[in-house]
Design a protein around this ligand. Structure first.
Ligand code: DOR
Ligand code: ZN
Length: 350
C-alpha cells in the first residue's frame, strides 16, 4: 500500500537516543512521559553537579529505575559527562560493567549546566583513546562557544574547527553528533562512512527560527542548538525520512518549568516527550514516508550503538486530532509540552 494511504502502523518499540530526565521531583514527573512509548533512552548527564564518574552514573541510574512507573519496562542507558579531569580507567570500568553506554562531550559553556565541559581537547585525548579502543561512543554537543561566533553559525564552525580535527586524531572513535540543526551537519555525516552518526530532535524537524522570533518571541521554541532557517529544517526532514542508517531519533526532550523558561533570561530546552511519536508520525506522513519511521525511531539507533532492536512493538493509528495537555504538572512547577502548531492525527494506540 502506498505510504499515504496507511492509517495504521506497527513498529518496533522506539528508543530515544538523547533525553534529559533531570532528578528528584522533575524526574518523577517527566519519566512516565517517556516510558509510555519508549523502551530505552540515552540519559544526559548534565545534572547539577554533573554525572561525571561511574559511581555517580550508577547512583543516578538507580534513582531513574526507582521512578519508572509500575508496569512499564524501561532501560536507561547512562552517559558520563566528560571533563578535563575524567579518568580514562573509570570510563573503561563503567563501560565494562555496563554502567555507562556513552560519554557526553559539552564544550564548556555551550548550554545548560555545561560549565564543567571541555575547553582544551588535548586534555581529554587519553579518554578518547580508551573509548576508541573499547568501542564506546562519544555523544557530542556540536557547537563552539566563542562569543564572537554568531549563534546561528556555531554548529557549522564546530564541525570545521573541532570535529574534523578531532576525528582525524582519533579516527576509530565512534561519534554521535547530537541534535543536528544544519544542512552542513547532514552533509558532513553523509560524506563520512565510518564511525559517525547524528541524532535529530522532534522539534528541529518542525520549527525554524521564524517560529522563535517572528511575530513575538516564543520562549517555548528556544533550545540549543537554536533552530536555523527553513532550508536547514528541510534538510533535516529529508535526512530523517530517508532511511539512511546514520540518522536516528534523539528527542533532546529537556524539561524546564514555565517560570524558568518565561523570564528575561529564559532557559534553553523544549519538552517533547509527551507527544513525540505523534509529531514524528505527522512529519513522516506529510513527507509520504511513514514507512521509514521505524528506521528512524527504532532501528538505526540500536544499530549504531551495537544493541539489538526492541522485540516489543507499538502501533500508531491515524484518526481525529489527538489532544495533549498543554503542560504537565511537576513538583517543581508546570512544564509546557511542545506545541507543533498543527493538528496531530496519529496516536499510539497500543
Ligand atoms: O536546549 C537544550 N536544553 N539544549 C541542550 O543542549 C541542553 C538542554 C537542557 O539541558 O536543558
Ligand atoms: Zn540535550
Amino acid at each position: 500500500m502506498p505510504d499515504r494511504d496507511l492509517t495504521r502502523l506497527t513498529i518496533r518499540r522506539p528508543d530515544d537516543w538523547h533525553l534529559h530526565l533531570r532528578d528528584g521531583e522533575m524526574l518523577k514527573a517527566v519519566l512516565p512521559e517517556t516510558t509510555r512509548h519508549f523502551a530505552r533512552a540515552i540519559i544526559m548527564p548534565n545534572l547539577v553537579p554533573p554525572v561525571v564518574t561511574s559511581q555517580q552514573a550508577e547512583a543516578y541510574r538507580d534513582r531513574i529505575m526507582a521512578a519508572v512507573p509500575e508496569g512499564d519496562s524501561f532501560t536507561p542507558l547512562m552517559t558520563l559527562y566528560l571533563t578535563e579531569s575524567t579518568d580514562p580507567e573509570d570510563v573503561r570500568a563503567a563501560h565494562a560493567a555496563g554502567i555507562a553506554t556513552a560519554v557526553k562531550l559539552y564544550p564548556a559553556g555551550a548550554t545548560t549546566n555545561s560549565a564543567s565541559g571541555v575547553r582544551d581537547f588535548e586534555k581529554v585525548r587519553p579518554v578518547l583513546d580508551v573509548m576508541a579502543e573499547i568501542g564506546m561512543p562519544l555523544c557530542v554537543h556540536g557547537e563552539v562557544t566563542d562569543n564572537e561566533i554568531d549563534i546561528f553559525d556555531r554548529e557549522a564552525v564546530f564541525i570545521d574547527k573541532v570535529l574534523k580535527p578531532l576525528r582525524k586524531k582519533v579516527p576509530d572513535l565512534k561519534v554521535v553528533m547530537e541534535h543536528v540543526t544544519t544542512q552542513n551537519a547532514i552533509d558532513y555525516v553523509r560524506d563520512t562512512h565510518k564511525n559517525l552518526a547524528a541524532t535529530i530532535t522532534t522539534h528541529h524537524l518542525i520549527i525554524n527560527r521564524n517560529h522563535i522570533l517572528a511575530g513575538g518571541i516564543k520562549p517555548h521554541f528556544y533550545c540549543l542548538p537554536v533552530a536555523k532557517r527553513e532550508a536547514h529544517r528541510v534538510a533535516l526532514v529529508q535526512a530523517a525520512v530517508s532511511g539512511d542508517k546514520r540518522f536516528f531519533l534523539g528527542t533532546d526532550s529537556a524539561p524546564h518549568t514555565d517560570p524558568n523558561k518565561l523570564q528575561a533570561c529564559g532557559c534553553a530546552g523544549i519538552f517533547t516527550a509527551t507527544n513525540t511519536m505523534s509529531c514524528l508520525a505527522e512529519v513522516f506522513a506529510a513527507a509520504g514516508r511513514i514507512g521509514k519511521l521505524e528506521d528512524f525511531a527504532s532501528l538505526n539507533g540500536p544499530r549504531f550503538y551495537g544493541l539489538p532492536p526492541n522485540e516489543a512493538t507499538i502501533t500508531l493509528t491515524k484518526g481525529d486530532p489527538v489532544t495533549y495537555p498543554a503542560h504537565i504538572t511537576t513538583g517543581e512547577g508546570p512544564v509546557t509540552v511542545f506545541d507543533p502548531g498543527f493538528d496531530l492525527h496519529w496516536r499510539v494506540t497500543d
